[in-house]
Design a protein around this ligand. Structure first.
Ligand code: B16
Ligand code: MG
Length: 216
């Protein structure tokens, strides 16, 4: 049995730092975008995020300029995440990872972020993960299931023996497309693709969760 975790929105809230960094880039290019628009960037790769943002601003640039803009945004983002510490771990996550470990449940990360490893190091959770699949190891973005399939493969488990925890619709779509059980972390009205939803990890028991998704 295994669990595969998304990072942003599940383990930590890095969306606020992505927003700050992208907003600064957009402002430098002479336009702005809202926090509501930012919701559409959750779980979306860096390159796809940039394309969406440039579209909102009606800005067209060359492919070379896109690379430069992505680097610029990432430098600002890295400065922000460099200040992260374990106080930013979302409620109940550290205890839940410990509970999984105690129960010999395998743990993997399945994140679109190329900065996932450094974030896990900053919040001191990296040692819980047997497998890290991040934006550097996949060629297709969620809703393609590649990131979770590679996670399961790394753990030596079949998708039907793994639960994926996700906060984004695209991530849940990816999990279901890959044949995984999927637990949404957040609002069930939004995360309707999930087999089951939790508000956070506080007091969660993995055996209860497996029973709930199996019945779904
Ligand atoms: P990076 P997740 C995603 O993380 C974020 O939700 C998304 O907003 C971001 O663009 C993407 O990572 C790529 O991040 O620029 O650090 O490579 O939810 O898949 O953990
Ligand atoms: Mg996420």
């Amino acid at each position: 049995m295994g669990c595969i975790f998304d990072l942003d929105g599940v383990i930590v809230d890095t969306a606020k730092y992505h927003f700050q960094a992208w907003k600064q880039l957009a402002n430098d290019l002479g336009f702005d975008f809202s926090e509501a628009d930012n919701e559409k960037l959750k779980g979306v790769s860096r390159a796809e995020s940039l394309n969406l943002i440039l579209g909102w601003g009606g800005v067209q640039v060359s492919e070379a300029e896109k690379l430069h803009l992505m680097e610029k945004k990432n430098r600002v983002y890295l400065d922000l995440i460099n200040e992260m510490n374990p106080s930013e771990i979302l409620p109940g996550v550290a205890e839940f990872l410990e509970h999984l470990t105690q129960n010999q449940i395998a743990i993997a990360l399945g994140s679109a972020s190329k900065n996932a490893e450094i974030i896990l190091e900053k919040v001191e959770l990296k040692h819980y993960f047997q497998v890290l699949i991040d934006g550097n190891k996949v060629s297709k973005s969620k809703p393609d299931p590649e990131v979770f399939l590679k996670g399961a493969e790394g753990l030596g488990l079949a998708p039907e023996n793994c639960i994926v925890f996700e906060d984004a619709e695209k991530g849940l779509e990816a999990a279901k497309a890959g044949g995984f059980y999927a637990i949404g972390v957040g609002d069930p009205a939004v995360l309707f693709e999930a087999d089951y939803c939790i508000q956070n990890f506080e007091g969660q028991d993995i055996h209860d969760l497996f029973n709930k998704v199996k019945k779904a």
